[in-house]
Ligand binder design. Sequence first.
Ligand SMILES: Nc1ncnc2c1ncn2[C@@H]1O[C@H](COP(=O)(O)OP(=O)(O)OP(=O)(O)O)[C@@H](O)[C@H]1O
Length: 274
Amino acid sequence: MLAYLKQVAASWIDFPLRPGLIVRKKYRIEHFLGIGSYGLTYVGKELATGKEFVLKQAKPSKGSKARLLLAREADILQMLDLAQIPKLTEVFEWRKKPFLVMDYIRGQTVEDLIFLEGRTFSETDCLKLMLELTRLVEMIHNQGIVHLDLRIPNVLMKEGKLHVIDFGLARKIGEEPEPEPKGLDAAAAAEHRLRRTPQPASDLYALGHFLLFLLYSAYETPQEEEEADWQTELQLAPDLKGALRRLLQIDQPYSGATEFRSELIELLRVRSAL
Ligand SMILES: Nc1ncnc2c1ncn2[C@@H]1O[C@H](COP(=O)(O)OP(=O)(O)OP(=O)(O)O)[C@@H](O)[C@H]1O
């Protein structure tokens, strides 16, 4: 009962700002983009210029943790200066609520391309997209940051170019990892460490799963067969399978994004796709 009451209270205090509301005499809320674990996200139009931005607000029900994560995200975005990543415009407090403002990337997520539009990617398409994404990830790492949440909903395609968003879990390379959430079994705890340790290897592990989503987009699920693991189902050429096994840390992991990018170039070259 207590849990239920807490949930009802949270949904009241986390109620999104309504469209049309003017924030800080500067932005008009255009529409609500979504609610994440620690934030509420909107598209807002700057009144003076008519330019659209993304406004992210710390989720009130998550208190100081949400404020801390929003401040950390702003700090990380400020450190990054890359064309395919939203730039931080400002941070402010309005009606005791902290906000950050960043570029609005008006595109489609890779998740929507696959699951809503039914887009399929050939092996060469997958490798080319991975090359573009890995180049971007390499530049992020070179600026001392790891994203730690490189998933298909956090990669957008805009005018044929990939963009990475949602730096809510990003950290500086080498920082102390977040404490593991309580109650994870051994397998979930191991997975958590693979994804969330502030080291480039965590982003490469996530790139392995990202590549699997791309490859599966063109996979026809057989009607009768039992679900098998990707190594059986996808029937990949040995070189591509080997690369995936290294990304997923089944075999010797790559030393970093630079080494994996060289491998991608080689995979494309032997397929005469470069
Ligand atoms: N800079 C941006 N440009 C365009 N869309 C964005 C941008 N930032 C976030 N979004 C979109 O806003 C929505 C909410 O994003 P947000 O990162 O706040 O939470 P989430 O990804 O839904 O949740 P969580 O981070 O907890 O997994 C998502 O649909 C995301 O695609």
